[in-house]
Design a protein around this ligand. Structure first.
Ligand code: CA
Ligand code: CA
Ligand code: CA
Ligand code: CA
Length: 267
């Protein structure tokens, strides 16, 4: 197994893009500087390098990691809007594999991709094609607020900690543990082009982001909520999104197929 202790190593692995390399690259992103066996100037520059590397490598890494573990998908994100957000930041996961998946094994972080922030997800046992929504660092009252705005959504829970999501661009990493070197089970990234679009960000199986569109893939309009930055004359606004919407069986098959096709292209 190759050793990854520098950005140069990481770039080689990303170019090679084997699933083993991808797992190591994800692991490298999660390493604190002190664990990277760096010396001299590189050690001094590690924090700066890590920040820069995260910016440059996040999108490439996300695409590759998504291929490596394509059965659990991050399918939708709401990072907030200017002014009042209505709800906490949230993301939706969908299980597309066989059997069931327990979200309680997962730990969340934002683009800093650090499993040691120790932000566990609530446990929902998902059957194939089922989704769950996680509010970032909310509480029971935040879930009630979410349901008031989005209506009856199944499997709404909390990701207890980790970084908040910025509408100006961020990432979501889900790990299988809370120690350095935990594996990335799913991840997505998005840029600031979706900020204040009036819709959530939805992701296909390859991790490509787009704005939710009314009536497409179950997207609907939320209830109105207060926002005196970009709300209308009455300072009220609504959003388009599809939190918790379970795709039709055909759509699940397509999600799975998308992952397979993406995997083949990379070989
Ligand atoms: Ca936010
Ligand atoms: Ca806001
Ligand atoms: Ca963030
Ligand atoms: Ca959705």
């Amino acid at each position: 197994m190759p050793v990854v202790t520098s950005t140069r190593d990481l770039n080689k692995l990303l170019i090679r893009s084997s699933s083993g390399g991808v797992a190591l690259a994800a692991r490298f992103l999660a390493l604190p500087c002190s664990a990277r066996a760096l010396t001299g100037r590189r050690e001094t520059n590690c924090l700066k390098e890590r920040t820069e590397m995260n910016k440059l490598a996040l999108l490439a890494l996300v695409g590759a990691v998504g291929t490596a573990s394509a059965d659990l998908l991050i399918t939708e994100v709401y990072a907030g809007i200017t002014g009042e957000d209505g709800t906490e930041d949230w993301f939706e996961v969908t299980w597309t594999g066989a059997g069931t998946f327990d979200t309680g094994i997962l730990f969340y972080d934002d683009e800093s991709a650090d499993p040691t922030v120790n932000a566990p997800l609530d446990s929902f046992v998902l059957n194939t094609g089922e989704s769950a929504v996680f509010l970032q660092d909310g509480d029971a009252a935040a879930i009630t607020t979410f349901l008031d705005i989005w209506g009856p959504v199944a499997n709404v829970g909390i990701a207890a900690g980790g970084g908040g999501l910025s509408q100006n661009g961020d990432g979501i990493f889900l790990f299988d543990g809370n120690l350095p070197g935990a594996n990335v089970i799913a991840s997505v990234a998005f840029d600031g082009s979706f900020a204040n679009s009036g819709a959530t960000i939805v992701f296909d199986a390859a991790g490509n982001a787009s704005s939710a569109m009314l009536g497409v893939d179950g997207a609907y309009e939320s209830a109105m909520f207060f926002n005196d930055n970009i709300g209308g004359d009455d300072n009220m606004i609504s959003l388009i999104g599809s939190p918790g919407v379970i795709p039709a069986p055909g759509a699940v098959a397509l999600l799975g197929l998308g992952g397979l096709v993406a995997g083949r292209r990379r070989r």
